[in-house]
Design a protein around this ligand. Structure first.
Ligand SMILES: Cc1ncc(COP(=O)(O)O)c(C=O)c1O
Length: 391
């Protein structure tokens, strides 16, 4: 089936964070600005997901949801079919979103005052959440080599204080779209075992690998360490349904699961009926949609990288997955404020400031490329014009 990713949806005035949140985020009138920050796609959700919601709407019953096993089976089948990892569907729990699941995991396996490891720069909400819960971040800098990020576990060993309880792994990595190899993942899991750390693997971007690129779940790379591992995921990022809050946690180990269950029981957290319908549709009926989206996004990245890299002093990190491109402007010698002014005020293109991603983020910007091609091309042309004095 063909899907239309080229038509721009009108999203202003629809409570859309990416469009209607520009003014609050950047302090400028959002009218006319192309948003390249919040990680949503400007594409309509897959027809199968919309049809699943329509069934619910037509029935008109929106009551409490029970018996999640068929949904969990769809999650397990998808992981098995697309990524080769098998697990018992009973290992799946549902959260409001990945970050609310992250909060549950922090509550279950750490205490206020404990340290949580990240490889930075990394998705900013981890910091917001862990600090709000009284934990501290130990940020191990990612090392850029051969144009992509690498984790340096020797460096991390030298940074440990003994206070660390949890390792946060973003796999694939946001920003920069790095897919960690099975060997790299196993080394991280072995590190966690050697230092008695709980490993959280956030795999929310796994289905956004470019055609030909292979994602390895932590459950395949390090099955022997599942007694200390929680996988967080959601149908939200790949299937563009983030407002549906479709988070889930996979905890194969029963003892680990009991601890998380206790936290979730405390919160009276129960699945959202609409989210459950969307998860099931995404993971059973949307193979062709996601394959088409991955191709479209890979081509968007190819075009963006080629034209942005032609600007003097601008380097685009090579990317194998996600639609979140990491761009290095440090050679221009501009401050972060100057860069944002040029991009948002002059070019009228709004990326995520690199500083949000903390260590290693200054002088960088993260660009969301999940735009219809004509909008993306317009955004690139605007950036080229705003930086034309540097040519
Ligand atoms: C790595 C990562 N984890 C989690 C999230 C957010 O997930 P949720 O909206 O389900 O909390 C994002 C959103 O961009 C992300 O990039």
């Amino acid at each position: 089936m063909d899907f239309d990713f080229d038509t721009q949806l009108e999203l202003r005035g629809t409570h859309c964070s990416k469009y209607d949140g520009i003014e609050k985020m950047f302090g400028v009138d959002g009218e006319g600005v192309i948003p390249m920050w919040v990680a949503d796609m400007d594409f309509p959700a897959a027809p199968a997901i919309r049809a699943a919601l329509q069934v619910e709407l037509d029935r008109g019953y929106f009551g409490y949801f029970t018996n999640p096993t068929p949904v969990s089976q769809s999650v397990a089948d998808w992981y098995q079919r697309r990524h080769g990892w098998s697990f018992d569907p009973e290992a799946v729990r549902y959260t409001h979103g990945v970050i609310s699941g992250y909060a549950d995991v922090l509550a279950a396996y750490s205490e206020p005052g404990d340290a949580v490891i990240t490889f930075s720069p990394v998705y900013h909400a981890f910091f917001r959440k862990l600090r709000a819960m009284g934990r501290t971040a130990l940020q191990c800098p990612l090392v850029e080599r051969d144009g992509i990020f690498h984790m340096d576990l020797d460096m991390l060993s030298g940074m440990l204080t003994g206070n660390e309880k949890i390792m946060t792994l973003c796999s694939p990595h946001n920003p920069g779209g790095r897919i960690w190899s099975a060997d790299e993942l196993k080394a991280v899991a072995d590190f966690c075992a050697a230092h008695d750390l709980i490993l959280i693997s956030d795999e929310i971007h796994m289905d956004l690998c470019f055609p030909g690129a292979k994602f390895t779940p932590i459950g395949i790379a390090a099955p022997e360490h599942m007694d200390r591992t929680v996988v967080l995921n959601a149908a939200s990022k790949a299937f563009n349904i983030a407002g549906g809050e479709t988070g889930l946690a996979i905890i194969p180990d029963e003892k680990m699961r009991r601890k998380l269950d206790a936290v979730m029981m405390d919160r009276e957290s129960s699945p959202n009926r609409f989210a459950m319908m969307m998860i099931k549709a995404a993971f059973t009926e949307c193979d062709d949609w996601i394959d088409a989206a991955r191709e479209y996004l890979a081509e968007n990245f190819r075009i963006f990288a080629e034209r942005m890299s032609a600007l003097p002093g601008v380097r685009v990190m090579d990317m194998q997955s996600t639609y979140l491109s990491w761009v290095d402007f440090t050679d221009l010698g501009m401050s972060d404020a100057e860069l944002i002014k040029r991009l948002v005020t002059e070019a009228k293109v709004a990326p995520s400031p690199g500083t949000q991603f903390e260590l290693g983020g200054t002088g960088h910007m993260r660009f969301n490329l999940a735009l219809p091609r004509p909008t993306l091309l317009e955004a690139i042309s605007r950036i080229e014009r705003a930086f034309s004095d540097l040519q």
